[in-house]
Design a binder for this molecule. Structure first.
Ligand code: KG4
Ligand code: ZN
Length: 423
């Protein structure tokens, strides 16, 4: 049995068939397993937002080495991502992060078959650092370059961990995006719905800031989404009932800005009632507000996903056997949202796959894996001399959101009651 099969056996042993099962990590400890000598290697580099990530992954999906520098703590202090600060931190860390990934993999750059780097979408200043570094690297080492679409990479990471065949439905929820798409191939997506205003992670980050959760003793180093999830576990969502957005819009698009307004108005009122004036004081009901917000975000996401499932079923877009919903992006780390989606997929006969949190948030592994998939299909591989530009805005796939809206699918009633999650 070669190393990949052995590793997959360990992966499978940990799986619980009926739970919303996270897929276990797929990292190789150097010296523990041998790599197939013939397997090609890709270095992946990610700098689209606020994480500097790099990884070396082989064709079978083994992670030989990886490194990640997360800027979260700095951005928490400034109350959000300042692009110039993100750029500076990427610039300061990129060489070290890439070198660490290569050193940990125990290979030399000459053994790489290609370098894959996120070039779209994302913050211009951040994308530029990863791209400039990568173009210099491929020139120096005379390696082919594979430009990567960040959302495609999020969507396909799951295929590194499990044998998921196309087509499948994918829900990507992060700090920058909310979208539903049908993945038909590695560069072939049908876009069913996307956010018309802000992304769910952005909303949770803003609510957390409005609640001054940075001053909460247990949440000071957590991202907004993590802090809301943490506090919600101790709160009662029934104490603050928010209206689920877009109840009368029968498409698969998302909207979170209105919900944020609802939550802000409640916070304004409670601050008046409790005489809370400065950011040092926390409302007595932060846990309940967190629980109410998280529940409404989960409910909105589940309803739009429900309609996407019904649309795909009605059009015969999903396979009869083992139709699958893949969920990824930073917000997909949220257990309450995962549990809500599990209730939905159980009720609609879909198989739910959520990569482990470390693969849901931004990382170099997903970019390297997307490079592997392209390398295997011989798509999008450029010579090291090619001029490549980054694209801050880049839609995913063919946009059929208007067709989805025209179908105007009404949702049957579905109770999505998540049991109280404890630590
Ligand atoms: O995918 P990601 O790492 O970066 C983007 O591409 O945006 O996602 C980051 C977002 C942040 O908004 C963060 O608050 C949110 O994901 N997030 C969470 C959780 N962990 C991170 N949201 C809800 N629950 C979590 N546990
Ligand atoms: Zn992302």
């Amino acid at each position: 049995m070669h190393c990949t099969a052995l590793q997959r056996m360990f992966l499978l042993k940990g799986l619980k068939p009926n739970a919303c099962r996270p897929i276990l990590s797929h990292v190789v400890k150097r010296g523990t397993y041998c790599r197939q000598a013939s397997s090609r290697l890709v270095l992946g580099i990610e700098t689209s937002c606020d994480d500097t990530g790099a990884a070396v992954v082989d064709e079978t999906g083994l992670i030989l080495g990886e490194s990640l520098h997360c800027q979260k703590v700095v951005h928490l202090q400034t109350g959000g991502i300042i692009p110039a600060v993100a750029q500076r931190l990427h610039r300061e860390n990129i060489s070290r992060v890439v070198q660490e990934a290569i050193d940990r993999s125990g290979i030399s750059p000459s053994e790489l078959s290609a370098v894959a780097t996120t070039v779209k979408p994302g913050l211009s200043l951040s994308l530029g650092i990863g791209l400039d570094f990568s173009l210099a690297f491929v020139k120096q080492h005379q390696k082919p370059f594979i430009p990567i679409h960040h959302m495609e990479a999020h969507a396909l990471t799951v295929r590194m961990l499990e044998p998921v065949e196309f087509p499948f439905l994918v829900l990507l929820i992060s700090g920058g995006h909310a979208l539903l798409a049908l993945a038909r191939g590695i560069e072939d997506f049908l876009l069913l719905g996307q956010s018309t205003d802000e992304a769910p992670g952005d909303t949770l980050d803003k609510v957390a800031r409005r609640l001054h959760l940075r001053n909460h003793p247990e949440c000071s180093t957590m991202s907004g989404g993590q802090a809301i999830e943490y506090l919600a576990k101790q709160g009662n969502r029934h104490n603050f009932l928010f209206k689920t957005p877009m109840g009368q819009v029968f498409d698969c698009n998302f909207s979170f800005a209105g919900l944020r307004n609802q939550v802000s108005m409640v916070i304004d009122r409670k601050e008046l009632e409790e005489g809370v004036k400065s950011g040092d004081q926390l409302l007595s009901c932060v846990n309940d507000i967190a629980a109410g917000t998280q529940h409404t975000v989960a409910s909105h996401i589940a309803k739009r996903t429900h309609r996407a499932i019904l649309f795909c079923k009605a059009r015969g877009l999903l396979p009869q056997h083992n139709p699958t919903l893949v969920v990824s992006g930073g917000v997909a780390s949220n257990s309450y949202i995962r549990e809500t989606l599990k209730l939905l997929t159980d009720a609609t006969g879909l198989h739910l796959l959520c990569p482990p949190s470390k693969f849901c948030t931004d990382n170099g592994v997903m970019v390297a894996w997307n490079g592997v998939e392209k390398l295997r299909e011989g798509r999008g591989i450029l010579p090291c001399t090619e001029v490549v530009r980054y694209e801050p805005k880049a839609p995913l796939g063919i946009d059929i959101t208007a067709e989805v809206k025209d179908a105007a699918i009404r949702l049957p009633p579905l109770k999505l009651k998540v049991k109280k999650l404890t630590f």
